[in-house]
Every structure is written in structure tokens, then in C-alpha cells.
Design a protein around this ligand. Structure first.
Ligand code: AMP
Length: 254
């Protein structure tokens, strides 16, 4: 039977490229909670502005903040590895909130939010729920750079691959290549690199992460909810995360 996770709020944090997005999907499947990724949401607003919910949100933000072309505004910031202004992020989060509340387990994992100490401090106010567990994924920055440069995603179903084959500094992460180069195994669509996965932007994103994450991690450490995990074998270390979630959050097993 699936382990039961009820009324829990989890965060997954870590530098860009540590695999948060992939690990959160596996955790979601195992424990049955949805994952809300601010990065995915922002990219969807840029790529699919006509989608009905996206359009509603874009119209609202554009009129409230007097922005002419929100997708373009977001694209400019994302492609440089900067952070989206707090007011826009608040709006994005509030908009998503009602959807999150509808889930059966009433549990949720956030990926990419909070990303600043201000966002962390405001989290409880915005969501009216406390954080139960913060999974902090840490990895060596040289390894992260290589992995980010090797990352490929499907344009259609967003499935992730990685052409970098890592075996150094105690890290063993074999490449995850599609059967046919550049083509998604699942839906046969094209695989692409993310526009912010260039050497220069990667450095900017890692610097931004280092600056902003220190206070956030301290904030959650003081609350006693932080667990730092070094994932040296990538997916093969997923059991470390499963164990922590079960140990810290699951009181009744079925
Ligand atoms: P990610 O997919 O989490 O690496 O996010 C991609 C980009 O989206 C980041 O580099 C930021 O530009 C933006 N972003 C994501 N989450 C946030 C956030 N909580 N606050 C501000 N900007 C964000």
C-alpha cells in the first residue's frame, strides 16, 4: 500500500541543477501529493500565454502592474537567471492556491518557492499552513554545472534527459539519454536545452542561489524542519529522500 501523507506541506530546495524537479516528481508519485513548481508555472506563462488559466492570470497581472507584455517581461528575467519581483510572484502563488487546496491528501510540495528570505517569511501568511519538512538537496557546484549543460527536456511532455556522464569527486551519475538522439522516448517530440542553461547564465543562477539560500536554510534550520541530503548518485539516491519523508512525516502506515 502507498504510504499515507496527509495535511503536510513540504519544500524541496537546492541549487538549480541538483535534480529537484525530477526528485519531486518521484516523491509525488510515491506519496501521492502534487508538486507546484514556480519555474514550470513561469515557463508555461511564457510558452503558452493563450492557455485559458494562463491568459486569465496574465491579463490580471498586466492590468494591475501596468505591464505591457508579461510573457516577454518574464522571459527577459528568466533568460538572465534573475528573480521575478515579489509582487508578481505573490499574485502567481495566490492564483494557484485555490487549485492546491482541492487535492485529496491536502498535502503539497513546493519546488522553487520560497527563493528569498522575504518569500520564506511570508509563506505562512500566504498559505495559512506551516512547513512540515524542507528537503535541501546539496551537490558540488562543478558537478551541477556539467549536469545543467547536459540537460535536455521534451518540448511537449517536459520529460527530462541528461547527456552528461558524471563519474568524479565521489559522484556517479550516468547519462540518461533518449533512444534516438534529440527525440523524446515517451511522446517522440523534440528535446531542447533550456534557454537559461548556458555557461554564463548557469553561473549567475548559482551565484543568486548562494546569496539567497543562506538565510532561507538558516530560517528553516531554526524551525527544526530542515534536512540536508547530498545526492551523489542522482536518481539512485532517491531512497534517501523516501526514508526521510517516511521517518519525519508518516505516523500511520497502511
Ligand atoms: P527553476 O525552474 O526553479 O530553476 O526557476 C527558473 C527561473 O524562474 C528562476 O531562475 C527565476 O528566474 C524564476 N523563479 C522561479 N521561482 C521563483 C521565485 N520563487 N521567485 C522569483 N523568481 C523565481
Amino acid at each position: 500500500m502507498k504510504p499515507l501523507l496527509k495535511n503536510k506541506t513540504l519544500l524541496i530546495v537546492g541549487a538549480p541543477g541538483t535534480g529537484k524537479g525530477s526528485y519531486s516528481k518521484l516523491l509525488s508519485k510515491r506519496f501521492g501529493f502534487p508538486v507546484y513548481s514556480t519555474g514550470d508555472h513561469l515557463r508555461s506563462l511564457i510558452k503558452e500565454p493563450a492557455e485559458v488559466n494562463n491568459k486569465r492570470l496574465i491579463d490580471e497581472i498586466e492590468s494591475q502592474f501596468k505591464i505591457q507584455n508579461l510573457p516577454n517581461h518574464l522571459d527577459q528575467i528568466l533568460s538572465k537567471g534573475g528573480l521575478i519581483d515579489k509582487a508578481i510572484m505573490d499574485k502567481l502563488i495566490q492564483f494557484t492556491l485555490s487549485e492546491i487546496k482541492k487535492t485529496e491528501s491536502n498535502s503539497i510540495m513546493f519546488d522553487g518557492y520560497p527563493r528569498t528570505i522575504d518569500q520564506a517569511k511570508e509563506f505562512d501568511n500566504l498559505f495559512k499552513r506551516n512547513i512540515d519538512l524542507v528537503l535541501d538537496i546539496c551537490q558540488d557546484f562543478d558537478i551541477i554545472r556539467k549536469k545543467l549543460l547536459g540537460r535536455r527536456n521534451c518540448v511537449s511532455c517536459t520529460a527530462g534527459y541528461n547527456v552528461a556522464d558524471i563519474n568524479e569527486k565521489g559522484y556517479v551519475m550516468p547519462s540518461i539519454k533518449p533512444k534516438v538522439e534529440g527525440v523524446c522516448d515517451i511522446c517522440k517530440s523534440k528535446l531542447v536545452e533550456r534557454s537559461d542553461d548556458t555557461a554564463e547564465v548557469i553561473n549567475d543562477r548559482l551565484n543568486t542561489y548562494t546569496q539567497k539560500s543562506k538565510d532561507i536554510l538558516e530560517f528553516y534550520r531554526a524551525k527544526g524542519v530542515l534536512e540536508t541530503i547530498e545526492m551523489k548518485r542522482g536518481y539512485d539516491d532517491i531512497g534517501l529522500l523516501y526514508d526521510i519523508v517516511e521517518r519525519r512525516l508518516i505516523s500511520v502506515k497502511h
